[in-house]
Design a protein around this ligand. Sequence first.
Ligand SMILES: *Cc1c(COP(=O)(O)O)cnc(C)c1O
Length: 360
Amino acid sequence: MSRKYNFSAGPAMLPLEVLEQAKAELVDWNDSGTSVMEMSHRGKDYMSIAAEAEANLRDVMNIPDNYKVLFLQGGASSQFSAIPMNLLRGKDTADYINTGAWSKKAIAEANKFCDVNVVASGEDSNFMSIPDTASWDLNSEAAYVHYTPNETIAGVEFHDIPDVGDVPLVADMSSTILSRPIDVSKFALIYAGAQKNIGPAGLTIVIVRDDLIGDCIEGTPAMMDYAIQSKADSMYNTPPTYSWYLAGLVFKWLKGKGGLEGMAAINKRKSDKLYAAIDNSDFYKNPIDLGCRSWMNIPFTLGNSDLDGDFLEQAAEKGLVTLKGHRSVGGMRASIYNAMPEEGVDALISFMAEFEKKYG
Ligand SMILES: *Cc1c(COP(=O)(O)O)cnc(C)c1O
């Protein structure tokens, strides 16, 4: 078997140990005689799998007891609408920070439900930097403030949690959740699609403070109503059972890696060395402001874009795949989530040096 180093932004790599465990118990989980995929979500076996996954997530993220954890479907994108539906709670305006492509999508969806006040935008810098939080024009009457801690496409990340006073803070953590410790109590709601740093696609995690649950707007579909989902322990209908199980294996794997402190040290080392390789060369460039470079998604361009095709082809020959940048940015993008081994980043850096020597 030869596993490739897959730099895809999502669905992304999963830890090999997790895949091996899933394989070992694929057809017969824990002598139950059935696959997890074939279990009733209301049966004792599956209920134990689901509960253990939640307990381990609460443990690794240190989630306070007054927060509910929901295991939903529909991706982060369906939360773009579920959030205004659930959190407006009688108000008609919400604050949004626009730091790039995913912020814009969240804003477009929220616009269907309320007055969106864009309090800060990185548009002037072509989204290569984050507007200084001191300049944000926050509205103390807003129902909530929404931001995107890591913009997956451009590779722009907040390295601190913005202070928004008493207004509930909502974060789309799809591409940064579990990459480092965070203080959950600073947030009203955290959400993330699973396919980047949690597990397989099909699962969406919502962590929401319990006093904000209930009182959603009229017409909210039951599937999107946090009160209904929370009351049903995320089993209002059949949940994405296998993705939930696999996410549970990832949470356990994280504990073995020293939890989020351990992961953060590895992630910082991985991203530091890749940025250093880019910055120390005359051939590769990353345009993002030094203060907000992402740990997880690192776009870079070559000195001559005519060489992009050769770069991708020769990288693939070395087992370094899915490095093509997003169509809106061009060039390359290396997504180096938790499951990307440090050796994968080292292999990419060596290949980049070799390629530069040949063509630079
Ligand atoms: C990938 C991504 C999304 C979209 O996630 P889906 O689960 O595909 O809906 C939203 N926000 C961010 C920051 C992302 O990286």
